[in-house]
Design a protein around this ligand. Sequence first.
Ligand code: AMP
Length: 417
Amino acid sequence: MANIGAVTRQIAALEISSKQNGASKPARPTHQKHTSQTSVSKLLTKFAAPNPFPDPKAKAPAKPHHVKGSSSTSSVSKLPTANAKAPAARTPSPPKNDAQGDIDIGHYDGGFEIENEKRGEAVHGEAAEQLALDSSVSRTRPTREWHLTDFDIGRPLGKGKFGRVYMIRTKVEPKYILALKCLYKSEIVQSRVEKQIRREIEIQQNLRHPHVLRLYGYFHDEKRIFLMIEFAGKGELYKQLTKNGCFTERRSAIYIDQMADALSYLHSKHVIHRDIKPENLLLGINGELKIGDFGWSVHAPGNRRTTLCGTLDYLPPEMVEGRDHNEKVDYWALGVLTYEFIVGSPPFEDLTGYNATYKRIAKVDLKVPPKVSADARDLIIKLLQYDPEKRLPLADVRRHPWVVRYRTKAPSAGEGS
Ligand code: AMP
């Protein structure tokens, strides 16, 4: 049986990771554009990325006019083609790779079917149209057609608010391992997030970065939407943080480096994350960080910080005060993350209530404990600036002595691996 690390390397060889997206150069200079547009929703919809998911059926996949460096040979074009309807000559075949077929994906408990009997209902009208999400007919990045029957289903990975997540493997060679997330349409409608889900799925499908979980495709049936997501083999970062209490500075610095790399990429695509926090981060099979949530999955209650609108702890002053904001909200969140990784709790947490947290954030009431090294403290302070323009740019975060000191010698995604 192949070990999962070997398979990961093979998947990397298939360029599921970043080789062709330009993200693998050392400490790229930031190329995020200065966004005069402060409307986040506009920014979120104004993104561009290469299209590596050409539709086997499409003669000439549409290429958005604003796409730079588009490559038809990138990873997803090499995903297996289980669909017999797909013509053979559309994209280069992936290298033969039998190992993924050997991986134990665990026992399927029949959860999708059991749940489908009891949960959700068909939606009609405009909502049905909005949620008829199918990457094979995507306007910008059409893929092949996918169906639940194209996969072997394995162990449950978790539960989100709108449905379950399972480890799956494509039935055809080279038998890709993925996570399949199910969302119940009627529950999305009840939560009134149809448009948001649609938009976020479209955004996510266009992102390619080693530290951003990849969305390979999506399809739907009468009641459900299924998302084919890159499998994050080491699970939730939040669980690790809870288990360990905090991380060493070395581990924290490596994550922060990877986060800064991913955020630079997102910002270059005019995508502001706005919800960076440990709960939204997963870990790849090599322990590398993966930004895993673009808002479509409202988390299930559990050991996560769930409030009406999520934790307040990562909100920057401009959001707390209801002012306009831009991509520098993510710089602030990176500062909060750095602090929480090292200290074990976020810097402005105030257990007496939200108002107290709000006030602490607005005053930047920051107290860095003595155990934090001088370099880490320096970075935290430079990110947690009240004035967004004064926050340390992401390229400088990646050049900061604290980050550089702990950067792994082994090639990592942002370092030319
Ligand atoms: P979510 O609906 O995104 O909150 O997912 C519910 C749970 O499923 C998460 O807390 C993870 O434990 C797990 N999960 C979600 N996506 C993935 C993935 N891509 N790889 C591995 N586990 C995942």
